[in-house]
Design a protein around this ligand. Structure first.
Ligand SMILES: CC(=O)SCCNC(=O)CCNC(=O)[C@H](O)C(C)(C)COP(=O)(O)OP(=O)(O)OC[C@H]1O[C@@H](n2cnc3c(N)ncnc32)[C@H](O)[C@@H]1OP(=O)(O)O
Ligand SMILES: CC(=O)C(=O)O
Ligand SMILES: [Mg+2]
Length: 364
């Protein structure tokens, strides 16, 4: 059950910081996963600061059971030693039914709670999971004397989690966003796939058969087929639930690291539908996410042109043969606002966007 409005923003423990009234729109095009217990990966973290929007120390799946303590301690060491500058610092804790999660939270909050921006909670099933984390975080924050609340991000990776999506988003003012967990979700739904995200060649639609002169279908005729997106439904639900609650949706992992082309396509589908970022499992995927989740110069130029032409934003104008009105100007404002947020943290993008005049002309 949701708390009544008068209590929704009250701290859940005496001395805990006040929960946020609004979740800031911090750029998070790539949430880059690393195992803090893996010495080679951990050594790369300081140099990655500033090159990626989010660095996430992963403690859950992909960390072997025998290495859980080592990874947790590695995360504490990295958190203490690193100045994260403009880069956000997140972690993915172990699942709430695991033997490790309590130690994850009771270690991380006192040790590096002042550095952690967001805690990602896997396999969230419903509001009850967020309520548990919310109260425990408040108690730990109060005990540690933190003055800033840690935000919470839920991974949707069970059918129940997807069915309860709205209540999960609404469960706490700490809720920062949702990620798709396609691998566990596929298993939980009993989908017949064996991949970590991405498409499947068998999930397609096929053109109707050609008919002969008598109208008889020629089933063995050449028929084009089009692969479909397995994740469209879930991402679309996530986008609506997040937009309704003022929080942020993310595509999750794309496991075929070598298939950079399909990764870019999958990320772009998510970007176009409304996601703000995706996960990166390997350094090569940071470049892809940064490219895809940054609006192109052409799109920003067009958006500025429409905004300039629309004056106070009402009425209708014709630009390049297309009707623009109040609704298209709002889309253009979304594009320009994102470009401005990204320009503030990405000097290369700033240079590109600065070359676009207020009325959409691109200077050479
Ligand atoms: C379904 C889910 O839950 S998804 C989320 C959980 N999964 C993860 O977090 C996986 C994270 N990524 C990884 O573990 C690794 O990238 C793997 C296993 C996929 C591939 O690792 P490798 O075989 O070492 O890849 P590769 O040889 O291309 O690595 C090149 C270099 O990048 C480093 N590297 C690879 N992945 C990462 C990473 N995520 N972060 C930082 N450095 C990395 C490697 O250590 C290697 O360093 P070196 O040049 O000093 O030797
Ligand atoms: C992202 C994740 O944890 C999954 O796909 O299962
Ligand atoms: Mg998972």
């Amino acid at each position: 059950m949701t708390r009544p409005a008068k209590d929704f923003f009250a701290p859940l423990a005496v001395g805990a910081p006040a929960p946020p009234r609004e979740i800031p729109a911090r750029p998070s095009r790539a949430i880059h996963f690393f195992d803090p217990g893996n010495a080679k990966m951990a050594a790369k973290v300081p140099d990655m600061v500033g090159t990626v929007d989010v660095l996430l120390g992963n403690l859950e799946d992909a960390v072997k059971a025998e290495n859980k303590e080592k990874s947790r301690q590695g995360l504490v060491d990295i958190g203490k030693a690193t100045d994260f500058g403009p880069t956000q610092f997140w972690t993915r804790i172990n699942s709430l039914d695991s033997p490790w999660v309590l130690d994850d939270l009771t270690t991380l909050v006192p040790e590096i709670g002042d550095k952690l921006d967001v805690i990602m909670v896997p396999k969230v099933q419903g509001a009850e999971d967020i309520h548990y984390v919310d109260r425990l975080l408040a108690q730990l924050e109060a005990k540690a004397g933190l003055d800033r609340p840690i935000l919470v991000h839920a991974i949707l990776e069970t059918a129940r989690g997807v069915a309860n999506i709205e209540e999960i988003c609404a469960a706490s003012p700490r809720m920062q966003g949702l990620s798709l967990g396609p691998a566990d979700l596929a298993a939980d739904r009993r989908m017949k796939t064996t991949r970590v995200g991405g498409g499947h060649p068998g999930y397609l639609v096929r053109q109707d058969p050609v008919r002969d002169d008598l109208g008889v279908p020629q089933y063995d005729s050449q028929r084009t087929s089009y692969q479909q997106d397995l994740w469209h439904y879930t991402i679309a639900r996530m986008v609506d639930a997040c937009a309704m609650h003022g929080i942020y949706p993310y595509y999750g992992p794309f496991g075929d690291i070598k298939d950079t082309v399909a990764c870019e396509d999958q990320f772009r589908n998510a970007f176009l539908l409304g996601c703000v970022g995706a996960w990166s499992l390997h350094p090569a995927q940071i470049t892809i996410a940064n490219k895809v989740f940054s609006p192109s110069v052409e799109d920003v130029a067009h958006a500025r042109r429409v905004i300039a032409a629309m004056g106070d934003g009402t009425g209708a104008v014709m630009i390049d043969g297309k009707m623009e009105d109040d609704a298209s100007v709002k889309q253009c404002q979304v594009m320009v606002a994102l470009a401005e947020e990204l320009a503030a943290i990405d000097p290369e993008l700033k240079k590109q966007y600065d070359a676009i005049s207020a009325d959409g002309e691109v200077q050479a």
